[in-house]
Design a protein around this ligand. Structure first.
Ligand code: UDX
Length: 462
């Protein structure tokens, strides 16, 4: 099929390249000329493992190209995907980009009377496709939906594994205006081997929010359990959770073998969730509920627990060092998760801010994030290019992202080079690694004995 994809962002380019790799003819559209040029040169404008390798052959074989000309792309296509960003503005989803793109597509549809399928890929709150998008399209096209098709087709791509997620999806959700729209989109996805779920447009929109809200809920639940364990001598969150995972409803035993479903990795405590999706989507869903006069205490709690993570980690560090003023704190990891250079809503940002407010001297190191300009603006930080420069003379190390690289460091030597070998492991990333006896190791969900806590404990027991 001939396809136009509007928006050369993360979702748009992965979708476009994946569809071209499956044999379709794809034109990507973006109003930023630099994105168009870099796509045509085979260089994705963001880091995503495997994407450049997938892009090269489809460009070479002429199955994908990029342009700033929306009208020519839509008029040459049978199906147009809307994959523009839907950022949060003042706590609400900002649909300006989606409206502008819908208007442009509608104007192209006005030039012909042939049937054309428009597919919303952007994450939007329920009702957006059949109101804002449909009405904008109809108005600009001068004809009603039905003379063109409309679907809502949420993405479930994870940064770092987006190419794999797209090429081998768990499921494809097709919210359809009518059967012709749904059937056309299903035909486009024929090369993919997975269940296709046909739903109403609003179900499809809600499925995306429900999926991300569940992931965020599991993370906040684990973090709350961590706080409770940290206040309870004799407990260790890892021991507690490892036993919890063995519930067959969480890790089924099939033919004598226990499975370890991916969902369990969201049942791990840490610095909190971040990235471009979970924080934005939970907030949008919460506001969507409020607009309908509903309290959403679970979502409120999920967000509150998450918002408190940076302060919690910094407080544990402060407790270990006594005071943070003038202390050299080495922050390990900046991206919101390993395998990504994305710092959007990364817990590292809040943690660094708090450290600066407390007048610590902050050094940072990340194996992937190299560009810090403008990202951490409120305070001077010292970027380091190696674990040695990061840790020599430091008063403490604070692990924020669970990069596997950190496990490979020579912690014995590094601890010796620190002024005070205090390690606050915000991801339990060094779990099981032997550290020198002089090191003070403080993991998430692990009670840390201090003189004060021992005194408190004696009081409680009396
Ligand atoms: C998420 C959803 O997973 C994806 O389906 C949706 O389309 C977009 O939003 P992504 O933002 O890439 O994808 O992040 P994800 O890998 O899910 O991580 C979100 C948060 O969960 C991160 O803060 C990360 O640290 C945490 N996480 C991630 C875990 O706690 N455990 C994991 O195994 C993976």
């Amino acid at each position: 099929m001939r396809i136009a994809v509007v928006g050369i962002g993360y979702v748009g380019l992965v979708t476009a390249t994946g569809l071209a790799a499956k044999g379709h003819d794809v034109t990507c559209v973006d109003s930023h000329p630099s994105r168009v040029v870099s796509t045509n040169n085979g260089v994705p404008p963001f880091y995503e493992p495997g994407l450049e390798e997938l892009l090269a052959p489809v460009l070479q074989e002429g199955r994908l190209r990029a342009t700033t000309d929306l009208h020519s792309a839509v008029s040459c296509a049978d199906v147009t995907f809307l994959a523009v960003g839907t950022p949060t503005k003042d706590g609400h989803i900002d649909l300006t980009g989606l409206r502008d793109a819908s208007e442009g597509i509608g104007e192209s549809l006005a030039q012909s009377d042939s049937w054309h399928l428009v597919v919303v890929k952007s994450t939007v709150v329920p009702g957006t496709t059949d109101t804002l998008v449909r009405i904008t399209l109809e108005h600009a096209a001068g004809r009603k939906v039905g003379t063109f098709g409309l679907c809502m087709n949420p993405e479930f791509l994870r940064e770092g594994t987006a190419v794999e997620d797209f090429l081998r999806p768990d499921r494809i959700v097709i919210g359809q205006w009518d059967q012709r729209s749904g059937k056309t989109l299903a035909e486009l996805y024929r090369p993919f081997d997975c269940p296709i779920v046909f739903t109403a447009l609003r179900d499809a929109e809600m499925i995306k929010y429900a999926s991300n809200a569940l992931l965020a809920t599991l993370i906040s639940f684990s973090n709350e359990m961590a706080d409770i364990c940290e206040a309870t001598p004799g407990t260790d969150l890892d021991r507690v959770m490892n036993a919890l995972y063995l519930d067959r409803r969480l890790s089924p035993v099939i033919e004598g073998r226990r499975l370890s479903p991916g969902i369990l990795s969201y049942l791990k405590a840490g610095c909190g969730y971040g990235g471009s999706c979970l924080p934005k989507d939970v907030l949008a869903l919460r506001n969507f509920a409020s607009e309908r006069g509903l309290a959403a205490p679970v979502l409120d709690g999920v967000m509150a627990v998450n918002a408190a993570r940076p302060a919690r980690l910094v407080a544990r560090l402060e407790q270990a060092l006594g005071c943070l003023e003038g202390m050299v704190v080495a922050v390990l990891g900046l991206s919101f998760k390993p395998g990504s250079d994305d710092m959007r809503d990364s817990p590292a940002l809040g943690i660094i801010d708090l450290l600066c407010q407390k007048s610590a001297i902050v050094r940072v190191f990340d194996p992937c994030v190299k560009q810090l300009n403008g990202v951490v603006s409120s305070c001077p930080i010292v970027p380091c290019s190696s674990p040695e420069t990061l840790l020599v003379g430091a008063d403490a190390a604070l692990i924020v992202t669970a990069w596997p690289d950190f496990r490979q460091f020579d912690w014995n030597t590094l601890c010796m080079s620190m002024r005070r070998p205090v390690i606050v492991d915000g991801r339990n990333a060094l779990s099981g690694i032997s550290l020198p006896s002089q090191a003070t190791y403080i993991g998430v969900g692990k009670y840390h004995f201090t003189e004060e806590s021992l005194r408190n404990e004696q009081c409680i027991n009396r």
